[in-house]
Design a protein around this ligand. Structure first.
Ligand SMILES: Nc1ncnc2c1ncn2[C@@H]1O[C@H](COP(=O)(O)OP(=O)(O)OP(=O)(O)O)[C@@H](O)[C@H]1O
Ligand SMILES: [Mg+2]
Length: 258
């Protein structure tokens, strides 16, 4: 289920502005890879190229290849909508559908995918909410609106919604930045559990979080303002935080810039 991501020669543009330049890396299945680097270096842009969401932005354009196992997501005959089902995304601000119940928030993607028998749907919703460590907190109010939950609960609801459709990859863009420390730890624990089943990429500005949750860490940087972001290095997280190969990585993680 979880797939390897092989990225080669990937650049992304907003109109004439090149936001990221010539990125190549491999993301191993059943692992967590953290993207770190200063604001504006293209982490979110790069993440969005991995499920073909970048091209939805006006002027958004991508060069290069993204292979999911052996399939190039940018091949001509590939349907971007199908890609976004296979490669799920969780955003910085929890974004449950505000008028929908907790149940319907999780069921939304499943219903789009086709018809489920009523009890099968309930089964998958429960399994997804359990998977997101939210079931016990919401099982008695599944018909209440998702927007009535706390921020941390809403983010776990969004994770439940993302995993309900059984993606192969889960992309998370600063999923804890709007959360308190307790909710943050709950999400981090959850990421540790989810990596048994999914390939996970997480963008974070929190170095402790990268060190806690990820197996591999990729450091991105730009040479100067206005220049495109580049991948500086990717390595085992332990090594990035103890003995990185590049001085700029060391400067960044020790808080000397960014
Ligand atoms: N919708 C957009 N239109 C035009 N340029 C954009 C757009 N979104 C981002 N950019 C530009 O692309 C570059 C990379 O932005 P991106 O949001 O990917 O950086 P980031 O590393 O995620 O930053 P942060 O850490 O602040 O979230 C920046 O120069 C940014 O101004
Ligand atoms: Mg960003």
């Amino acid at each position: 289920m979880a797939k390897r991501i092989d990225i080669s020669g990937l650049s992304a543009y907003y109109g004439n502005h090149k936001a990221i330049d010539d990125i190549s890396m491999t993301v191993e299945p059943r692992s967590v890879t953290a993207f770190i680097g200063p604001s504006g270096c293209g982490k979110s842009t790069f993440l969005r190229t991995l499920n073909r969401m970048h091209e939805v932005t006006p002027g958004g354009r991508v060069e290069g290849k993204v292979l999911l196992d052996d399939e190039n997501l940018y091949a001509k005959d590939v349907d971007p909508v199908a890609v976004r089902r296979t490669v799920g995304m969780v955003f910085q601000r929890p974004n449950p559908f505000p008028t929908m119940s907790i149940f319907d928030n999780v069921a939304a993607g499943l219903r789009l995918n086709g018809s489920y028998k009523k009890n099968k749907l309930a089964e998958v919703v429960e399994k997804s909410l359990r998977g997101a460590n939210l079931w016990n907190e919401v099982k008695d109010r599944l018909n209440k609106p998702g927007s009535g939950l706390s921020g941390g609960q809403q983010q776990r609801l969004c994770i439940a919604r993302a995993i309900a459709v059984e993606p192969q990859v889960l992309l998370m863009d600063e999923p804890c930045s709007a959360l308190d420390p307790i909710s943050t730890l709950a999400i981090e624990d959850l990421i540790g559990e989810l990596k048994e089943r999914f390939t996970i990429v997480i963008v974070t500005h929190n170095m402790q979080q990268a060190a806690r949750v990820s197996d591999r860490t990729a450091f991105f940087n730009l040479a100067a303002i206005g220049q495109p972001g580049k991948l500086i290095e990717i390595d085992d997280t332990e090594r990035i935080f103890s003995n990185p190969s590049v001085q700029a990585t060391e400067d960044y993680i020790s808080g000397r810039f960014g």
